[in-house]
Design a protein around this ligand. Structure first.
Ligand SMILES: [Zn+2]
Length: 383
């Protein structure tokens, strides 16, 4: 159960792991994104047992309390709530695992955002329990993916963990996502978009990509197209706190489609420069209150500049970013534009696997130039 692949795992080790698994893993096992699903949640949970530990942040527990717990009671599922505080770190994972064992839970329910769900998934994996995820924001694909991002207790990125166990069930109530802060939703769109921008250059280095890798690439293209078509309308719905068809579809993009692409490409495509920049940013405490995807979105902007994209291509991406309410810049991340800060970001990401996986060798100077180029565009009137 504890066998994990980390983002620093070598290709050879990944291949060995593939042999252990012996098959493609698609996650989640079941996914429902529909209005009213929380009122029915007990009916789904009871198929995993009669006792559950619900782990999530205080706001998420409050947001779901009425409908989720009422439905659990209706279906004779007893529960205990654990309030998740802080990071998805070893200490929190062990705590949730211990509480699950003490409560003799048959199934663990993770509620909330990426960190809370990641910690619950890792804990479920530790004690071999099925995991149900109920996201209250659509800021990453965490709810649906068999992976967690591990941080130290202060919020510094450590590594990604990939589990043999996939979430058994994901329940998404669109009205809950619509009422969450819009930054989280934008973050989810940007993290999803990184699939296209990171996989494309890495895919180009594979001589004979297998069918699952090609599928991941084609789905990433579809993902990018859907975001271009419906991203702005979905963000507008969240601004107004209402649901619409675009919102429901972009929730599917942020959570389900992104997780599916991650699974299909797990052993052949890795993260690229955009996530490496994110990982570097995570060591600057000014960014700790910024959502994962906001930092990844900034990373996409830096990456395309480092790749030498034309001004036209850069403007195309920056226009989409502005339409969904995101302006990539150090200021957006709460970082002052100083040489020292820029060098810190570069020093913290240059050895990341996301830098090494890119098709061209990337130097510290190239990333610094990319950061400066993003700043040049950040203050232009480009809509
Ligand atoms: Zn990500």
């Amino acid at each position: 159960m504890d066998k994990v692949i980390t983002s620093n795992t070598s290709r050879a080790e990944v291949s060995a792991y593939t042999e252990i698994q012996g098959s493609l893993q698609v996650s989640p096992s079941r996914y429902l994104n529909k209005s009213g699903v929380l009122k029915e949640s007990g009916q789904y949970v009871k198929s995993f047992g009669t006792r559950t530990l619900i782990s999530g942040g205080i706001r998420a527990l409050q947001a779901l309390e009425d409908k989720l717990t009422h439905s659990l009671q209706q279906h004779a599922v007893s529960y205990e709530a654990h309030t998740f505080v802080g990071e998805c770190c070893e200490e929190n994972i062990k705590l949730i695992a211990r509480k699950s064992r003490e409560y003799k839970a048959d199934v663990l329910i993770g509620v909330g955002g990426g960190k809370a769900l990641d910690a619950a998934k890792a804990a479920a994996n530790k004690c071999a329990l099925p995991i149900i995820c109920i996201p209250t924001i659509a800021s990453t694909c965490s709810a649906a993916s068999p992976a967690s991002v591990l941080y130290d207790s202060k919020g510094g990125f450590l590594k990604s963990l990939y589990f043999p166990n996939t979430p058994e069930l994901v329940l998404v109530e669109p009205s809950v996502i619509a009422k969450a802060p819009v930054d989280y939703f934008t973050s989810g769109i940007l993290d999803a978009l990184s699939k296209w921008y990171e996989l494309k250059p890495i895919f180009s280095t594979i001589e004979c990509p297998d069918l699952s890798t090609r599928s991941a690439m084609e789905l990433s293209r579809l993902l990018k197209d859907v975001v271009h078509e419906k991203g702005a309308s979905a963000v507008e719905a969240v601004h107004c706190g209402v649901t619409n068809a675009a919102l429901v579809e972009i929730i599917d993009v942020n959570i389900f489609l992104t997780a599916l692409i991650k699974c299909l490409s797990l052993f052949t495509l890795t993260i690229g420069l955009a996530h490496a920049i994110h990982n570097g940013l995570s060591f600057l405490k000014q960014t700790h209150d910024k959502a994962h995807g906001i930092k990844v979105g900034y990373g996409i902007a830096v990456q395309i500049c480092v790749e030498g994209a034309s001004e036209k291509e850069i403007l195309h991406v920056f226009r989409l970013f502005r339409q969904i309410g995101f302006n990539p810049s150090l200021k957006t991340l709460g970082i002052s534009v100083t040489t020292q800060n820029k060098e810190k970001i570069v020093a913290n990401c240059i050895d990341d696997i996301g830098v090494k996986s890119m098709p061209i060798p990337i130097s510290e100077e190239m990333i610094l130039n990319g950061i400066d180029r993003v700043e040049d565009f950040a203050y232009q009137d480009i809509l």
